[in-house]
Design a protein around this ligand. Sequence first.
Ligand code: C5P
Length: 468
Amino acid sequence: MEWKSKLSGLARRIKALDDFVVVHHYDADGCSAGAIMCKALQRAGKRVGRKWVKQLYRETIAQIRGMGTNFVFVDFGSGQLAYLKEEFGERLFVFDHHQKTDVVHENQFSPFDYGINGGTEISASGIAFLFALEMDRKNIDLAPLALVGAVGDVQDFSGKLIGLNSQIVEMGSKSGYVKVENGLRLYGRVTRPLVQFLMYSTSPMLPELTANEGNCVKFYRELGIELKKGEQWRNYNDLSLDERKALSTALILRLNSFNVPEWKIQELFGEVYTFPHENQKSPCSEAKEFSTLCNACGRHGMADVAIEVCMGDREEKYFEALDLMAEHRRQLRQGIEHVTKNGVMEEEHYYWFDAGQEIKESIVGIVAGMLYGSALIETNKPIIAIARNEDGTLKISGRATKELLEKGINLGMAFREVCADIGDGSEGGGHSVAAGLKLNADKIEVFRQKLNEKIAEQIAKRNGIRGH
Ligand code: C5P
């Protein structure tokens, strides 16, 4: 395995050095990757500093330059390799799963170099984990974090993790740090009371249950499932095996009776990754909930809290993270309400809305993605959200669905190419289904027009290939 020998080569090189700074992204994948990297280095007896950043821009270098000797970038760096290389030379290490540019560096690990798709088969946390194993096999206990990042980047969108990720799942299960269950994939098995578990489901939408509290209560009553045990609201984890089966069957029948297509019904089920070494009542016991906890911290300026929890804190920082999670949920709900009230616009090749100052730029992309579960937009076009950065520039977030990937749409590439066209300090990129960029406010019209053209081009290119 070529990728493995590249990682073991990097591990050898890193073992010979000291005084590291781990620079990581602030979302779930960035924080879990950062935590894995810090742990692996600390366990190898290295001095390690760390710094999270929202987005890696040229200006970031000035903030980190004096922090240490060797710089390890996780979850970004591929797109920024040219100036990182210029600044850090051979003191630079990059472990990233984002799309690459033409620039190369001997200490850069990119899955794309080995025919592995960094968008769907491995995340930054997965790469960091595989690297950590090359440092020391004892780092196998970090397998849960590798899955937290992958799920945070929605690499399980087909119902389960695939490719190199699935090998990590296997390693995690064999060592007992991960448990794989096949079952209902709705979000909130651990933290949502039963009614909210159904009521907030957006993928798939549950006809007349999503956003309908009264019907959800009735639905459980008809199944004979108690909502409370004593004073305590029950959640999915508290259900017996028979209750779980009854709930799944009833949901299938309901979706069927509303003529929901088979493939949508399938979205309800798939692999769920839980972590037996954690308290089973904690969001840290399940990959999706753990990743939401990290996002909640990171996207609200507290990625340090997330990384402490990833590195094992289950006391002070953990409780702080739980509070941030509640706040995150409140802001997402508010964001969705705002867009619902103000509406979404439609161009030929994408939907869009301008959130003004009403939705934080750090969560506007999440809000945009959640709209796919609402009646506001269909899944036939990407959605583009506009918000304000603190410095007055615009933050643009884009989200697409897996159906759109099949049409040839790649938002990360579209954003990068449009930025290159516009110039003027605009910088962007990301993944095929989730991308972002920064733009000067007076360039918004030209951006919107160019994006429309770029997406049209991507679709035409795919159709052209099909036509041959
Ligand atoms: O912020 P948001 O969640 O919309 O970001 C989606 C993706 O776009 C992330 O992977 C992020 O790294 C990427 N992005 C980028 N350049 C930006 C903003 C976001 O590459 N200026």
